[in-house]
Ligand binder design. Sequence first.
Ligand SMILES: O=C(O)c1cc(C(=O)O)oc(=O)c1
Length: 304
Amino acid sequence: MAFDKTPGWLDWYASPSTPQFRLPPGAVDAHCHVFGPGDEFPFAPERKYTPCDASKQQLFALRDHLGFARNVIVQATCHGADNRAMVDACLASQGRARGVATVRRDITDDELQRLHAAGVRGVRFNFVKRLVDFTPKDELMEIAGRIATLGWHVVIYFEAQDLPELWDFFTALPTTVVVDHMGRPDVTKPVDGAQFELFVRLMREHPNIWSKVSCPERLSVSGPRALDGERAAYRDVVPFARRIVETFPDRVLWGTDWPHPNLKDHMPDDGLLVDFIPHIAPTAALQRQLLVDNPMRLYWPEEA
Ligand SMILES: O=C(O)c1cc(C(=O)O)oc(=O)c1
């Protein structure tokens, strides 16, 4: 099926630079997506955007170029609960990719088992209104209870202003919970202000809650952008991500977020995004936890 991209869609960066930061051996890109290709894996009718294609081969080429060993492929909302593109990528990865799925309440135990066999280790619950329609919390809690028995975790995506209302639901989840993109703080507010303190408190009081310290390109307001060899990109995000890495070093993950859905301002050079890592994880020990030990414990516990 042929799809027309959402007007203004920015395609992923075609020739990323080679990072100057050398990733530790075994590093995991713990948040990335595949889109289609649309003629093989059609986008979902209920999607809120139509992206460019971003195939598994292109993802694996980026992995190798940047120096990652493995990927965690997170179901993108443009595919709804049709996990075929993500599952196909996991199966083709020769054990080097694990997945996070989107499932509905009517999924059978057999289907969950098939996802597990393909490498899926989590489900994603999305609360960002521009991306998904509302799913009742009792339905999500029922799904969480079922996937808990498989040893999976829940990935949650929400915006900082919605945390107070979602707090009780998040803290009642029976699994490890991984927050996408630090719960999307407003980085024009102080790093020790009320909004970000609430997020830090969520993690401090709930040792089962982890965070991805990803997406500076999405969160940054003042830049500068990771383009044209910029060595000091997204300065305004650094204090937020660094605080989370240094406070909770054994509960943080990092990912490229390739192919960067819905960016409006610019498309970053993924090589320069990797060069952002030592600014938020300044020591070799922190880098190893962030990029190797933590994702291995969550996604490949049998090897960790
Ligand atoms: O902020 C976004 O637009 C976004 C979208 C998706 C998705 O559509 O799945 O995933 C992300 O991690 C971020």
